[in-house]
Design a protein around this ligand. Structure first.
Ligand SMILES: C[S@@+](CC[C@H](N)C(=O)[O-])C[C@H]1O[C@@H](n2cnc3c(N)ncnc32)[C@H](O)[C@@H]1O
Length: 230
């Protein structure tokens, strides 16, 4: 099911899409998901910050969030990261795909790989350290998101392009995102597809198209229960 894009980024044969940009996956993650959700501003002054992601893939987004949190948050703050994945990679595949950033992530990549669970369906909670946890949910997001109880501060929507994976961008997912959000909860995604923006707006997110990463002209950011994103 996995291959490589011409420039080496991992690619899903099933969805005919890459896990991250072949140009610079980490720079894409930082632009789309971290800057798109205004991090670190979002967790300033917060004791606990909760990020929920649709599509864990290689864990690149998680590691980038963990690194930025560690570089910018105060010592009493906590980060809880929840991520859904229907077709989990194994630990060795992850290590291989993220090898180019092993130095940047210092010990974080090896710590994540060390604790990475067996590929059994269900919720797996990994305590990376005393401040950062990762809850990996190996299941279809449409089945597992309705079972989640949490207060989410930021959403990373990263489930392959809507045209090849429409299930990931369903009304069901959007409805449960709204249930788990509070006024001011933010979202960011690489896609600017009209169907996605309309679906998010219908459940209460103010959404806006902003410049995407690299050759992608647009992406989407949003904020729950607010008139505007300012
Ligand atoms: C673009 S990749 C995510 C890249 C990832 N965030 C990273 O940092 O490497 C999209 C992911 O969504 C997963 N996926 C696709 N459909 C899904 C579904 N219905 N439920 C949960 N995960 C799904 C894929 O297996 C894939 O790993």
């Amino acid at each position: 099911m996995f291959g490589a894009s011409p420039k080496g980024a991992p690619k899903s044969k099933e969805f005919d899409d890459v896990y991250f940009s072949a140009d610079d996956g980490l720079a894409e993650t930082e632009h789309v998901f971290l800057d798109g959700n205004r991090l670190p501003r979002g967790w300033q002054g917060r004791d606990r910050y909760v990020i929920c992601e649709t599509g864990f893939g290689t864990g690149l987004n998680f590691l980038a969030a963990w690194k930025r949190f560690e570089d910018t948050a105060q010592s009493h703050q906590r980060l809880d990261f929840i991520s859904f994945e229907k077709y989990p990679l194994d630990a060795e595949e992850i290590r291989l795909h993220l090898h180019p950033w092993a130095e940047f992530f210092e010990g974080h990549l090896s710590r994540m790989v060390q604790l990475y669970p067996a590929l059994m369906p269900g919720f797996h909670r990994l305590a990376l350290n005393e401040r950062v946890s990762l809850t990996l949910v190996f299941d279809d997001v449409n089945i597992a998101l309705p079972r989640l109880e949490a207060r989410v501060d930021a959403w990373f929507l990263d489930g392959f392009k809507p045209s090849s994976n429409p299930d990931m961008w369903s009304e069901n997912v959007f409805t449960h995102m709204a249930r788990l959000s509070k006024p001011g909860t933010r979202l960011a995604t690489f896609t600017a597809a009209g169907k996605v923006r309309r679906g998010l707006a219908e459940v209460g997110f103010a959404v806006e198209k902003v410049p995407g990463f690299g050759r992608k002209r647009d992406m989407t950011i949003g904020c729950f229960n607010q008139e505007s994103l300012s």
